[in-house]
Design a protein around this ligand. Sequence first.
Ligand code: APR
Length: 243
Amino acid sequence: MNGVLLKEAADAILNADYFIALTGAGISKESKIPTFRGEDGLWRNYDAMELATPSAFTRNPSLIWEWYAWRQGLISECEPNPAHNTLVRWEERGILKTLITQNVDGLHIRAGSVNVHEVHGDLWTLKCTSCNYRGRLMQPATGIPSCPQCNNHLRPDVVWFGELLDPVIMDHVYTELERADACIVIGTSALVQPAASFPLIVKQRGGKIIEVNVEPTMLTGTVDFYLSGKAGETLPALDELMI
Ligand code: APR
């Protein structure tokens, strides 16, 4: 890792008035959770993008619940890693104002982050396909959960491809993006909208963008600091320079 670049990025964070973070699946890689599009992103020869859709659930709810139960089982055995823990420390120090995550694994909240916006939801939450029931699983699903109110299928209360993000959450997110003058983007391929554009909103207003990723992304050409490396190693290295 380029020490000079790391120090410049650390200084940009410390000099910011309103520093925020955007995370993707890559921040959970050191917690042993597969990413979506990486070499381990496929499951049983399926592409996640063919499973995380309303039509896939209508066609085969059993397969989709099997996929989510597998992910729930995996996540329940995983722990937050040093990258998650560094963001908690920065929030506690008053450096990090808001954390926006695309992840549904819940690891930021388990690590202790408080001001978190889970724009794609939380894979432990449930909603009914017919009525207004909302619920939460305490352990991985078995079979297709049924609604206790109307007995129809329950589905994971997450945002699937082709679905809108929660307008209340998005209202808060855009308010934060308008206030931010620095944003660190960690472990996202920056391919899925609207999250992929969040850093550009900060950039367009003159804010500084720091990207942490093991490989360049669609964003890399526009960021101020590209830190090539694993999140679980790069964030603690940044933290050491932010005394
Ligand atoms: N440290 C940092 N970044 C990493 C690491 C690591 N150890 N390992 C992988 N990455 C990077 C990859 O290079 C890639 O850019 O993490 C990114 C993961 O990209 P995706 O798998 O596309 O995950 P993400 O960007 O979060 O996907 C966005 O798409 O599938 C939907 O809703 C789903 O929230 C998800 C959204």
